[in-house]
Ligand binder design. Structure first.
Ligand SMILES: NC(=O)c1ccc[n+]([C@@H]2O[C@H](COP(=O)([O-])OP(=O)(O)OC[C@H]3O[C@@H](n4cnc5c(N)ncnc54)[C@H](OP(=O)(O)O)[C@@H]3O)[C@@H](O)[C@H]2O)c1
Length: 327
């Protein structure tokens, strides 16, 4: 689908995965990009790629969990053309581990990067947007796990539920203040094949893998680009509709099904090696400038997911009928 790419775009978390692929896709002779990450080397490689495609690029080495760093991003963005068209808060970190095994500093750090990083970015963006007469757009990348919980990822789930609620609140505020020219969208991807799972912190002493089905980065980027063109309050990437619907109808059943499915699907069989706790990229960048994490995509796993879909669907229908019978 042809979409009109806006001119000045800020992308946080541009050195790896979704942010990197998005930067490469939107880069052209017409775009001014502000690309943000902590890892200088991985950031410079995407900056070079985008410049080759004709974009004017301002790299900003910054930690989104530090408000002053995010202010610098805003200054760099405003300096490019005087206006910011789109600001994408995409930087994020992931964690696997039982709630009682995550140290307070790691739990706090996940909230600081994922939630506060989005808050600081949104504040700087909206302050600038309010001064502009041209249309502008805040896009916050939350997660499907901001709508349906996953076990052994409590800090991440907490951070993404917060991003979703925060973004909706901002949207309400701007509507009340009649800022019709400022759009606010939340993008909620299901599992995407990026290096986030290799970068993740973990306290699980065995190998883990992402929750299937796994979708391509292209699918996430396609959605973000479509949203840039036509803002949407909330949009999912990947097939999570059934589970979110069931969660709306019967949270208890959805929690149980998701928990059992996740436990089976996430833990890889024990490989005989001792796996230590690791803090992954929570405190330092581990980005190697990759887009894919090398995980199998959904087409390979569709059969497995279809089975889950059939079970979830049947339970959902059964619950609906039970509810109707009671009315
Ligand atoms: N992949 C999935 O399955 C999935 C599903 C749902 C939602 N998401 C969300 O999508 C977003 C992108 O994730 P991804 O999968 O592309 O992960 P990724 O490949 O690990 O990339 C994460 C990006 O965020 C940056 N980053 C991390 N901490 C940062 C910090 N404190 N300050 C600045 N930048 C920071 C990283 O660069 P540096 O380390 O160099 O700073 C990197 O560029 C995240 O918000 C994630 O939660 C991903």
């Amino acid at each position: 689908m042809e979409t009109a790419i806006p001119t000045t775009i800020v992308i946080t978390g541009a050195s790896s995965g979704i942010g990197r692929a998005l930067a490469e896709r939107v880069a052209s002779h017409n775009t001014h990009l502000v690309l943000v990450a902590r890892g200088e080397k991985a950031l410079s490689s995407i900056v070079a790629l985008c410049r080759q495609k004709g974009a004017v690029v301002s790299p900003v080495v910054a930690d989104v969990a530090i408000a002053e760093d995010v202010e610098r991003v805003g200054v760099a963005a405003s300096a490019l053309t005087g206006a910011i068209d789109v600001w994408v808060n995409n930087a994020g970190v992931f964690q696997h581990g039982a709630v009682d095994t995550i140290t307070p500093d790691k739990f706090a750090r996940i909230i600081a990067v994922n939630t506060l990083g989005t808050v600081y970015g949104s504040q700087v963006a909206i302050r600038q947007f309010k001064q502009q007469s041209s249309g502008s757009h805040l896009i916050n990348v939350a997660s499907a796990l901001g709508a349906v919980p996953l076990p052994y990822a409590s800090a991440y789930v907490t951070s993404k539920y917060a991003v979703r609620g925060f973004t909706a609140s901002v949207r309400q505020e701007l509507k009340l203040e009649k800022h019709q020219n400022i759009a606010v969208s939340t993008v909620m991807p299901a599992t995407i094949d990026t290096p986030i799972y290799q970068h993740a912190a973990t306290t699980i002493h065995q190998p883990t893998k992402p929750l299937p089905p796994v979708y391509s980065v292209d699918k996430a980027v396609d959605t973000i680009i479509q949203v840039m063109d036509k803002p949407q309050d909330e949009v999912y990437v990947g097939g999570v509709g059934l589970m979110t619907k069931l969660y709306g109808i019967s949270p208890k059943s959805a929690e149980t099904i998701m928990a059992k499915y996740a436990k089976r699907a996430i833990f890889q069989s024990y490989d005989g090696r001792k796996h230590e706790d690791r803090s992954g990229n929570l405190f330092v960048s581990r980005s190697e400038g990759k887009v894919s994490g090398g995980w199998k995509h959904s087409s390979d796993q569709l059969k497995q997911f279809a089975k889950l879909g059939a079970v979830v669907g049947s339970i959902g229908i059964w619950l609906l009928f039970r509810r109707k019978e009671r009315v």
